[in-house]
Design a protein around this ligand. Structure first.
Ligand SMILES: Nc1ncnc2c1ncn2[C@@H]1O[C@H](COP(=O)(O)OP(=O)(O)OP(=O)(O)O)[C@@H](O)[C@H]1O
Ligand SMILES: [Mg+2]
Length: 254
């Protein structure tokens, strides 16, 4: 199967320091992959690199999206190709209201208007529409705001950075439904999915959203991939190092 997103042996530097080393990753269209790893292992950096944030410099290798080498494309061009992100710690944007961003998204494609009100209700974000983006929002509210913006723009390939962090159990139901909706191509046929990458520490989001495959990142290296449930179970019981040992012995890989 051809991959929608493919990272071919990429190395990435920030501030002249290499933080991602020889990463190879392929995500086929219609598959959602999970990315797990301890603090500081490089998960966010990988997502920001694929989106094209300029401080993440690809010094080696290729990023290929939908068959096209996108290394030289900027963030806007990548977004126009259908790549979207829900950031771990999105910035506050003073002077720009959430409603203005949503209105702009609808003005770019008026077909988005039909669903906007329904999505705002689902996200329970009506009270925040007239506030500056993320200004004074709680951790859980910020996650819902990010997901709402993604649901209205419907990227072909969404990457979500820890949508489950800082979210309480009740709000997880809402976040889980929103993430599932984001990865569902056609609500009448839930089996038809959009591709995406779900970054998670705790794996909590995987109780709500099915991942087809999981990858483990440690110290800037992708060290193994396999069945998400088995990988998560091993990490929870025995930690990342034991999980990597199991993967090397192939006892939990797919
Ligand atoms: N813009 C930056 N400037 C300097 N260092 C950076 C920058 N972005 C990432 N790093 C460094 O790269 C390493 C990987 O960070 P990254 O945020 O990608 O990890 P992470 O796996 O997402 O961690 P967490 O689980 O805590 O979110 C860290 O050592 C971090 O300090
Ligand atoms: Mg991170």
């Amino acid at each position: 199967m051809t991959a929608l997103l493919e990272l071919r042996d990429i190395c990435v530097e920030v501030d002249n320091k290499e933080i991602l080393h020889n990463i190879n990753l392929a995500i086929p269209d219609g598959e959602v992959h999970a990315l797990l790893g301890p603090n500081g292992s490089g998960k966010t950096s990988l997502m920001m690199t694929v989106m094209g944030f300029s401080e993440y410099k690809v010094t080696k290798g290729q990023i290929v999206f939908n068959g096209q080498d996108i290394n030289e494309l900027d963030i806007t061009e990548r977004a126009q190709m259908g790549i979207g992100v829900g950031q771990q710690r999105p910035p506050t944007i003073s002077g720009v209201k959430l409603g203005q961003i949503l209105d702009f998204a609808v003005s770019v494609d008026p077909r988005r208007n039909s669903k906007a009100d329904e999505l705002i209700d689902l996200a329970e974000m009506k009270a925040f529409i007239r506030r500056d983006v993320n200004d004074g929002l709680s951790g859980g509210e910020i996650k819902r705001s990010e997901l709402l913006q993604l649901l209205i723009t419907q990227p072909r390939f969404a990457m979500l950075d820890e949508p489950d962090s800082g979210v309480d159990i009740d709000a997880m139901e809402v976040v889980g439904s929103m993430v599932n909706m984001l990865f569902t191509k056609d609500m009448k046929h839930p089996a038809k999915r959009r591709a995406g990458l779900l970054i998670t520490h705790t794996g909590q989001i995987l109780d709500y959203v099915r991942a087809d495959k999981a990858h483990i990142m440690i110290e800037g290296h992708l060290v193994g991939s396999g069945n998400p449930d088995l990988i998560l179970e091993t990490i929870i019981q025995s930690g990342y190092k034991a999980c990597v040992r199991c993967l090397r012995e192939r006892s939990i890989s797919q």
